[in-house]
Design a protein around this ligand. Structure first.
Ligand code: SAH
Ligand code: SF4
Ligand code: F3S
Length: 476
C-alpha cells in the first residue's frame, strides 16, 4: 500500500517555522526510541549526481542531525537515504543495484527505514517501479519538496505504508532551514534552481523544473553567514549561472551578483558552475578579469564540436561561436583554466562530426574535460531521434577522445611545473601525512603537511605533474 502525500505549497504560512515544528515532533519520537534501545539512532546518506545534489543532501543531513540521528558511513543504520541522479542511465542502475542489498539489510533489521529522493524520483516510471517492485522503501520524494523533509520524515515515522510525495514543480524557495556542511572552510551556495534550456539529450529540465533564481539579498546573507562560520571559498551553483536573475522581480545579472559578493570581508575565493556558452556575457568576462576573488577557472561545457550536432542538441551556439568565446576569454584572462563536458555518440553523430569535436579539443586548450557516452533518456527529444549510435562505435570514439583529452590536459597542466601556487588545504589524502589542496585553477596538489593546516591557504611548489594533479612541497 502506498500513501500519497500532496500538501500543496502554501504561500500564507511560515514554512520554515512549520518545518522546525516537525523537527521537534520527529525529535521527540526519535528520543523515545533511542532511550528504549539504549543507543543513539543512526543514518547513512549517499549522494549521486552533481554538486546541487550534494548541497541538497547537506540540507537533509542538517535536519537529520537536528532530529537527533548520528551520521555514519555504514548502511547498517536505522535510516538509509539516497539522493538520486538520473542524468545518465548508469546513475539509475546504481540505485536499483544497491536497493537489492538494502533489502537484505532490512530483512535483518525490519525497523530500518529506507528513503529515496532527488532527480530520479521525478520520473513517473521510476516511482511506479518502486511502488511495485521495491515496496520495502519507506519514503519517496522528489526535488521540489526537499524543504518539507522534516514533515515527510515525521509522517513516515507514523505510517506503516510507503509514503510518496512528488510535486510536478514549484515556484517556492524556502530559506533558512538547518543545514550541515561537508567542509568547514568551503561551501556550495545555490543561486538558482531548475533549467529552461531543454538541450535535447538532457533530462534535467524535466526533473528540476523551471529556472528560479534566489534573491541576491538572500544569497549575500548566506555567504556572509558562511564566512562568519569559517568558510573562505564559495561555489555558486546553478545549471546555467549565466542566466541568473533574469526572472527576478528586479532583474540582476550574474556579473552584478558577483560584484555584490566581492566586498564580503573574509571571503577569499569565489567559484561558480555551470556556465552555458550561449549566455556568457562580456560583462561577466570583465568582472572576472577585474576581480581579486573570482578564481581563474571556467567550466564551459562544449558537448560537441560539430555545429550540426550542436543544433540538434539545441545548444544555441556553434563551433565558431564557441571558439571565438574561448579566444575572448583568454585575451581578457590569459591564465584562465578552462574545463568542459563532452558527449560522444549523440544520435546521428558521424565520424566527421566527431572529428569536429576532436578539433575543438585540439584548439580550446582544456585543462580537464569530462567525457560522457550519450545516454538515452526517456522523455527527451533525442531519445526519439533516428540513427541512435551503436554502442561499439560510440565507445571507440569515446576512447579516442579520452586519449586526446588526457594528452592535452597533461600539456596544459605542465605550464605550472616548478611554480609556487597558493593552495587551499582541503583534506588528508589516502596516504597519511600527505594532504590535498586546490589552486585557484582547480588543480589538485598533494604535498606533505599536517592537520593544523586544514582550511588554510599555503604556498606550494608544484614539482611533479601527474596528469590531472601535482606532487609538491610547502614553500617558505
Ligand atoms: N547544466 C550543465 C550540465 C548539467 S548535466 C550544462 O548545461 O552544461 C552535466 C553533464 O552531463 C552535461 O554537461 C552533459 O555533458 C552530461 N549529460 C547530460 N545529459 C546527458 C545524456 N543524456 N547522456 C550523456 N551525458 C549527458
Ligand atoms: Fe541540461 Fe542543457 Fe539545462 Fe545543462 S543547460 S541542465 S545540459 S538542459
Ligand atoms: Fe543528476 Fe539531478 Fe544533478 S539528474 S546531474 S543530480 S540535477
Amino acid at each position: 500500500m502506498t500513501e500519497e502525500k500532496n500538501r500543496e505549497p502554501q504561500k500564507n504560512i511560515d514554512e520554515t517555522a512549520l518545518q522546525r515544528s516537525f523537527i521537534r515532533l520527529a525529535g521527540a519520537l526519535t528520543g523515545q526510541k533511542s532511550q528504549s534501545l539504549g543507543r543513539p539512532l543512526t543514518y547513512c546518506l549517499t549522494t549521486f549526481g552533481c554538486q546541487m545534489n550534494e548541497k541538497q543532501s547537506e540540507a537533509v543531513a542538517g535536519i537529520m542531525d537536528e532530529i537527533g540521528y548520528q551520521r555514519q558511513d555504514s548502511e547498517e543504520a536505522d535510516v538509509v537515504i539516497y539522493n538520486t541522479c538520473t542524468v545518465r542511465e548508469n546513475a539509475n542502475l546504481k540505485v536499483y543495484g544497491r536497493l537489492g542489498h538494502l533489502h537484505s539489510l532490512k530483512n535483518e533489521n525490519p525497523d530500518m527505514k529506507i528513503i529515496l529522493f532527488g532527480c530520479m524520483m521525478q520520473e513517473p516510471h521510476v516511482v511506479e517501479k518502486i511502488k511495485k517492485s521495491y515496496p520495502f522503501v519507506n519514503l519517496v520524494f522528489g526535488t521540489h519538496n526537499i524543504f518539507k523533509f522534516a514533515e515527510l520524515f515525521y509522517g513516515m515515522l507514523l505510517s506503516d505504508m510507503q509514503v510518496v510525495d512528488i510535486w510536478e514543480g514549484t515556484d517556492q524557495i524556502v530559506e533558512d532551514l538547518p543545514t550541515e556542511r561537508n567542509y568547514t572552510f568551503k561551501s556550495g551556495v545555490n543561486i538558482m534552481f531548475g533549467c529552461n534550456n531543454f538541450c535535447s539529450y538532457c533530462i534535467v529540465p524535466y526533473v528540476r523544473g523551471r529556472e528560479r533564481s534566489r534573491k541576491p539579498q538572500a544569497i549575500i546573507k548566506e555567504v556572509e553567514r558562511l564566512v562568519e562560520d569559517g568558510v573562505s571559498e564559495v561555489m555558486l551553483l546553478g545549471q546555467n549561472v549565466n542566466s541568473y536573475g533574469k526572472t527576478l522581480e528586479e532583474p540582476v545579472t550574474f556579473a552584478q551578483l558577483l560584484r555584490m559578493l566581492e566586498p564580503v570581508e573574509g571571503l577569499k575565493r569565489i567559484r561558480f558552475m555551470t556556465s552555458h556558452p550561449k549566455d556568457l556575457s562580456d560583462e561577466l568576462i570583465e568582472t572576472m578579469a577585474a576581480s581579486s576573488k573570482i578564481c581563474h577557472h571556467l567550466h564551459l561545457p562544449l558537448q560537441s564540436g560539430s555545429s550540426r550536432i550542436l543544433k540538434e542538441m539545441n545548444r544555441r551556439y556553434d563551433k565558431e561561436k564557441y571558439l571565438t568565446l574561448v579566444d575572448k576569454i583568454r585575451k581578457a584572462i590569459p591564465d584562465i583554466s578552462l574545463t568542459t563536458d563532452i558527449i560522444v555518440g549523440f544520435p546521428g553523430e558521424t565520424e566527421e562530426d566527431f572529428r569536429e569535436t576532436l578539433d575543438v579539443v585540439e584548439k580550446a586548450g582544456y585543462d580537464t574535460a569530462f567525457t560522457f557516452l550519450y545516454s538515452r533518456r526517456t522523455g527527451t527529444p533525442a531519445a526519439e531521434m533516428e540513427d541512435q549510435i551503436p554502442e561499439d562505435v560510440a565507445k571507440e570514439r569515446f576512447n579516442r577522445l579520452l586519449a586526446l583529452v588526457q594528452q592535452k590536459g597533461r600539456e596544459r597542466s605542465s605550464r605550472f611545473a616548478g611554480t609556487v601556487q597558493e593552495v587551499l588545504v582541503e583534506e588528508e589524502s589516502k596516504e597519511k601525512g600527505i594532504f590535498t589542496g586546490r589552486t585557484q585553477y582547480n588543480l589538485l596538489v598533494h604535498f606533505p603537511a599536517d592537520e593544523s593546516l586544514l582550511g588554510s591557504y599555503v604556498n606550494v611548489r608544484l614539482e611533479e605533474c601527474k596528469g590531472f594533479y601535482y606532487l609538491g612541497h610547502l614553500e617558505g
